[in-house]
Each structure stands twice: as structure tokens, then as C-alpha cells.
Write a new protein. Sequence first.
Length: 556
Amino acid sequence: MSLTKWMILLSGLTLPFLYLNCQGGFKGTDHGLSSSSQCIAQPTTATVNSIKETNYFAKSLYGKSKLLLSQDPFQTLTQQKLNVKLGVPFAVMMDPKCVNAYVNPNDNSPLPPSQYITNGKRLELSVKIQTFPWTLNTQEELTKFEEEINNDVCVVAAGLNWDYDLQALDTSTINDPDISQQGHLNSLQFYNSYPVFYNSEKGIQKLKDSQRPIVVAVIDTGVAYIHSELKNNMWSLNNQTPYAGINAISLGIPEAEADFDPFDTAPNSHGTHVAGIIAAEMNNGVGGAGVAPVGVEIMAVRVFDTIAGSNKNIKSTTVDVVAGIMWAVDHGADILNLSLARNVDGNQNESTRDEILELAIKYALDKNVFLVFAAGNGNSLYPAQEITDNGFSILPARYGHEFKGAITVGSINVDDFKRSSFSHFSSKFVEIAAPGQESEGQGNNSRGILSTTSPTSDENKNLTDNYHRLVGTSMAAPMVAAAAALVKGLIRQNRGIDPTVDEIERLIKESAMNYGHLSQEFEKGQALDLSRLAVKVVTDYQLDIPLGELESMLCK
């Protein structure tokens, strides 16, 4: 049986979704064990309602099958990155409450995939969708697996489990001593916009006082949440958890092996650096400042498995990235920053899709969560180049153009506003630019963006805050994520509503500065400008906030 090629439909097309009978029974949807061993043919009403809620977003994405593949992995991936002889990795999305409700019928019938895949693994009942890895070795296994998941009500979808990489390169009345070294703040017009976004009476800092801050989830290597610049701007679960987020890698693994601490242990402190760009505290007498330093909280979501040594050993997969997205959305994130990427070459028969990641993106957008993607950096295998429709592509970067409410960010230099030499580009798929380094240099001599890195401790356990410069589209993306937080925060504070993700994207794009020399590399040559953004939000939403010196930017 040949595999059907599935096309992701981005229109309003809806197809009837059939909730098929389980191969066994169900117990209650809580942690309690049922004393009954009765096998019932259909899931309970509560379970059906749960499944409908978790699967609604996928109804238009597949019809006859839950197996989402744009190609046959056993025919086209043999000579690509996946070694078929070792098995092809899949990512399987499930409803954890449905899985938890299963009752074994004790009739020797085979277990459904939702049971044998999750056997011995932890179910995270605080999320609506949980993703698990699974490996298949032959075409025959895949054919059988497709039939099984289509008859398993607890399975939402399955697709290939791809690898993802970080997108940073190593280099070496405000009272923050290092803020003068953060050239990107000047280039973004941060200081001119500050009196508007942080108006003393109506600025977004008031959200912190009313406990309604904007939550930005950093989907990354984790965050060193004890850093002096970050500790007061970290999110916590009901202000009770000792952690500031989740180690999503531990979701779905055996309980005994789980470590939910999202602390950043990556050699280059990638996630901590990204978090500092967004929301390093201001006016605290140390370090520098984030683009959104007050009224914004960082949710640390670790999705990269850190291996000691080279940064090249830091990897993530579709399963872990999707787990992080779903957890962040279900726990109240307003904005997701994904400074990660997968390089693909459609000319070499590599799939330019990640169907399971697409479902997670759609889920986030349907929950009004804004997404920011890095455009990706060139490397020895894939030099910086244009992202195209069917040839070279970057995931999830290409999805910014395809989904309203998601935006893809390329890198420019602070000193000359030219595209950074490492940044991938496209006038179609890269929608806006922001600083990813201060200046170009040869080799590792480029001057990067200064931000926070993990603290170190001495023999007496005294902590020393650290700072470092990194370059990459990984640094540009969080500046736009912070801008989105400023937009949502100002509207939430002054209008009592949250703008839609489409509206946030519109405001950022329409207020961007257009540069002719960038028009062939980024959509309309657009670059983030916080002053113009502040004016746009105030005027479009008729906010009673004085523009001060920015008044001159209004069209007369």
C-alpha cells in the first residue's frame, strides 16, 4: 500500500472528523484508578468532549488518515539525514486524558498505539495534547501503524520527528552600567519609544502591579532564572513552583528519569541570552536592559538536550519542540519565541514540511498566541541563501509567511543596517529584520549582541552574573517577540482587551521602517522600529497617551 501525500490546507476548509471506537475501554479521566474492568465500546461523554476540544484544530488538516506525510520516508529518505536502517523516527500526538482513561478489556486483544507507545512513560494531564516519539523500521510496519492510529481515538496525528538546531554563533535616568554597550537598543529606537510604552500613568509596567503581565515563552535551551537581570521577570506556575517553566524534554519519559527544571546548562547559554534580550530588568543598577524590561515575564521552556562540550551537540526534535509549544500555550503564554531551525533542501528530495509542528503552530494561533521564528543562519553545509518555495527552506521560518499571527525575523547589523552575512533571506518568507549583531567581522571577530548568560559560582557558592555577545537570527527574533509583548501589553493595559495575533502582526509590519536596499532580502525591506510602533498603537487604538517628541512622526 503506497502512502498518500498529504497537503496541509490553510484555508477554512473543514472535513468531518470521525471519532472511531477504541480497541479497549476507558476509565475516568482523572488520576484515580477505576475498580471496574468493564470494557465499553465508546469513550465516555467526558472523554469525547475532551477529544473534541483537543482535535478541533486538526479537522481541516487531514481527512482519511491521521498519518501526515508529504513523502514516503522509506523511499525518499534513505539517502538523506535519516538512517532508515536504524528506524525512521516519528512524532505521535495524543490526548493524554484520553490515554489515561483507557481500561484494558483483558480479552487478549492487542493494545492500541496510544497504550503501547506511552507504556511506562509519564502522562502530562495539564496539557491538551502530548507528543511522544516512536520508531518504525519497515514499510510494512508503517502501513500497519497507519491503520492502528486511524482506529485509535486517543491519537491526534503522527508525522516525522525531525532534528532542530539553535541559531546563534559565538563571538566574543537609566542606571544600568552596560546599557551603553547594547547598540541594538539605539537602532530599534528603544529610548524614544520608552516614554510611550512605559508612560508613568498608563504604561505596561502597570500590568506587573495588577498581576496581568505579558508572558513570553522562550522555547530554547532553558533559562538561568537566578540571574540578577532575570529573576524578577520570570513567570511561575501560580507563583508556587520553584521553577520558572518546564523542561519539556522530560514530558512523556518515565517518571523516575524526569527532571522538570528548565535551568539553562547549554555551553553558550543560548536560552538565557534570548531571555535577556527580551526582558532583562531595567533600573536595577546592574548589567543592561531588555527590549521589554517591565510588565513582561519570561516562561522558560527547555526543548534542547544539552550535551557537555561543543554547542554543536545541542539538538532538539519535533517531539520536544511540539511538547514545549503545547505546554506553553496550555499554561498561559501570550507569545512564543523560537530561535531554532531546521535546514532543508527540497532539491534533494528533503521534505520542506513538518506536519506535526504545523499542528502545534495552528493550535497556538487558535489560542491567540503570537509566534516569532528566526530566519536561520548559514553554516558550512548550507551557506546563507534565499528561502524559496520548493528549493532551499528553513523550518519553522517558512511558516511565518503561511500563518497569520506568526512572523519570521532576519538579521541586520546595527552599524550599517545591512543584512548580516550569516542571515538567510527572502522577500517572501522573511517578513521583518532586526539586529542580530552590531557589526560584521572576519571569522569570530563580529561584534555580537550583548545579553545575559548563566551565572557562575565560586567555592562558597557566591553567584557572579555573566554577560556575553552572540550573533545570529536567534538574537534578532527575540527583539520582535519583545515588540509583540509591548504591543499586547499597551493595549491590554489601556483597552482591557487582548489584540488578536493577526492584529499584532499588522501593527508591527505597518509601523516598520522600509529600506530600499533590503527590499530584495526581507519583505518590503522592513526593519523593526519601536518609535513608529509606539505611534501606530497609540493612534490606531486612540490611546490617551502623550506622544511627546514622537508627535512629529504623525502624518499631517
